[in-house]
Design a protein around this ligand. Structure first.
Ligand SMILES: Nc1ncnc2c1ncn2[C@@H]1O[C@H](COP(=O)(O)OP(=O)(O)OP(=O)(O)O)[C@@H](O)[C@H]1O
Length: 234
């Protein structure tokens, strides 16, 4: 996946080359992505917008290595993702990427603190260290008074802030967010989006956000539209 970019020989943190995805729809091929190219450099923030059904979530799944393309390749810091077996891809994903979804996907039987600490514990790091990192992050997202709350005891905006803290706890170089504010009212959407921007900025993390909200999208470095299976800069 090596290439020389406009910024020199720096390796992109995330890239897609000629990505295609074709589903079989009642036996007939349905082309959703048709040669998508994308290069995201360290610390760069990119919005992906597009009509409903244009393939935004499909693309994010491929970029996250969660689904295989019909053709093309995805690279994480220069490593071809689909050349790896599933176990190796999983390990690399854990190191390279954080995910934030429209719905929080927090584990209901764990507290906010435990939910955020889990990805760090999964790396077999000491529990006390994981809990300390989680506490610091939850404080940063304004939830220091909610550490012991279970997801069912939190508001929608609070749950999304916990989900962001969880995605950041391993300090991955790149965050993928699929409609992170799609389930929130305007005021909460603003707050959550602002958090995503400020937390990634201070850490120099790259951010790729799929959003319906053009106003939020316009606050990122680049805005790309998925149209007829291709990504177009606007
Ligand atoms: N497993 C599948 N099999 C067949 N078609 C699929 C499959 N998954 C998604 N699709 C179709 O692919 C298209 C793109 O879906 P996708 O969820 O990526 O769109 P999207 O741009 O994220 O939409 P939205 O903005 O509404 O969330 C849709 O027409 C969807 O019906």
């Amino acid at each position: 996946m090596s290439e020389t970019t406009a910024r020199g020989a720096e390796t992109p943190v995330l890239e897609a080359r000629a990505l295609s995805k074709v589903y079989l729809d009642a036996g007939a091929p349905l082309t959703i992505l048709d040669g998508v190219d994308l290069t995201v450099m360290a610390g760069e923030r990119v919005a992906i917008v597009g009509a409903s059904g244009s393939g935004k979530s499909t693309l994010l799944h491929l970029l996250g290595g969660l689904d295989r393309p019909s053709s093309g390749e995805v690279g994480w810091s220069g490593q071809a993702v689909f050349a790896l077996d599933e176990a190796a891809r999983g390990r690399l994903r854990n190191a390279m990427l954080g995910f934030v979804y429209q719905f929080h996907h927090l584990l209901p039987e764990f507290t906010a603190l435990e939910n955020v600490a889990l990805p760090w514990m999964i790396r077999r790091r000491p529990r006390a260290e994981a809990l300390e990192r989680a506490r610091a992050l939850l404080t940063e997202v304004g939830l220091e008074a909610r550490l012991a709350h279970f997801p069912s005891q939190l508001s929608g905006g609070e749950r999304q802030r916990v989900a962001i803290a969880r995605a950041l706890v391993t300090e991955p170089p790149c965050l993928l967010a699929d409609e992170p504010t799609g389930n929130l009212d305007r005021a909460n959407a603003e707050r959550v989006f602002e958090l995503l921007l400020s937390l990634t900025r201070t850490r120099g993390m790259a951010l790729v956000v799929v959003t319906h909200d053009e106003r939020l999208a316009s606050r990122l470095d680049r805005r790309l539209v998925l149209e007829a299976g291709r990504l177009v800069a606007v």
